[in-house]
Ligand binder design. Structure first.
Ligand code: CA
Length: 251
């Protein structure tokens, strides 16, 4: 039986809470995309499919209420709202915003996990699972099958290369430091291993035919790390072979 990886958009501007919640969710096998403000949340939501949104109410740039309403306008994705005591009058007003559940801070990560799981069970019970797939033009990442293809050709990536590419591609435009990539992809945290990320990126570029000087996919952010920025229109439909390449955006 294939287990679907559930993807959660975590919107929280308090870094310590965000890190703790993300760590707990990841330990439970969820794929977490953490973003620090409402604007980034809407951007990420427009680009990707998520199985759930965990949304803080008080957020920089675009407030949580508005994020909730905008997401709710176009999607039935389950939303759990995080509020501080006193930010909302009562449970009803939290749910009136369109959220499915809410938690009042401070909460234990364990309680959040329990709510997340319960809500997923509720909302996905009757659904047939979708294939978990990211499509960027002619680059297709089938997360379920652990397979990456470029113009229909299997790239034959190693497990680490695949994890690295999908980590970057989950959130196009986001810069990942080498250290973050070491932790996310390789799962250890010694500085010496940052070079390992560089060599994985080098191999990945070779397989993607990506020229570091004129990248189509993976950009080096000097002194920091890497970001994924496909030079094609993101195509997030689930149609196989629908990724017509638009080279107009390329120089
Ligand atoms: Ca906040």
């Amino acid at each position: 039986m294939v287990t679907e990886t559930r993807r959660i958009l975590l919107v929280e501007d308090e870094k310590t809470i965000c890190d703790a919640v993300a760590a707990y969710l990841e330990r439970e096998g969820f794929w977490v995309t953490p973003v620090p403000d409402g604007e980034a949340a809407l951007y990420a939501f427009a680009l990707h499919q998520f199985d759930m949104v965990v949304l803080d109410l008080m957020l920089p740039k675009v407030p949580g209420e508005q994020v909730c309403r905008e997401i709710r306008d176009k999607s039935d994705v389950p939303i759990i709202m995080l509020t501080a005591k006193g930010e909302l009058d009562d449970r009803i007003s939290g749910l009136e915003l369109g959220a499915d559940d809410y938690l009042v801070k401070p909460f234990s990560p364990r309680e959040l996990i329990a709510r997340v799981k319960a809500l997923l069970r509720r909302t996905h019970a009757s659904e047939t699972p979708q294939r978990d797939r990211l499509v960027f033009g002619d680059l297709e990442l089938d997360i379920t099958a652990h397979r990456a293809t470029l113009a229909g050709v299997n790239l034959d990536l190693t497990a680490s290369e695949f994890k690295l590419l999908t980590t970057l591609a989950r959130y196009p435009g986001r810069v990942y430091s080498r250290m973050e990539l070491v932790e996310k992809v390789l799962g250890y945290d010694f500085e010496g291993y940052e070079r390992t990320v560089d060599s994985h990126v080098k191999n990945l570029r070779a397989k993607l035919g990506d020229d570091p000087k004129h990248p189509r996919f993976i950009y080096t952010v000097h002194g920091v790390g890497y970001r994924f920025e496909p030079q094609t229109t993101p195509n997030l439909t689930l149609q196989p072979g629908s990724g017509a390449v638009d080279k107009a955006a390329e120089k």
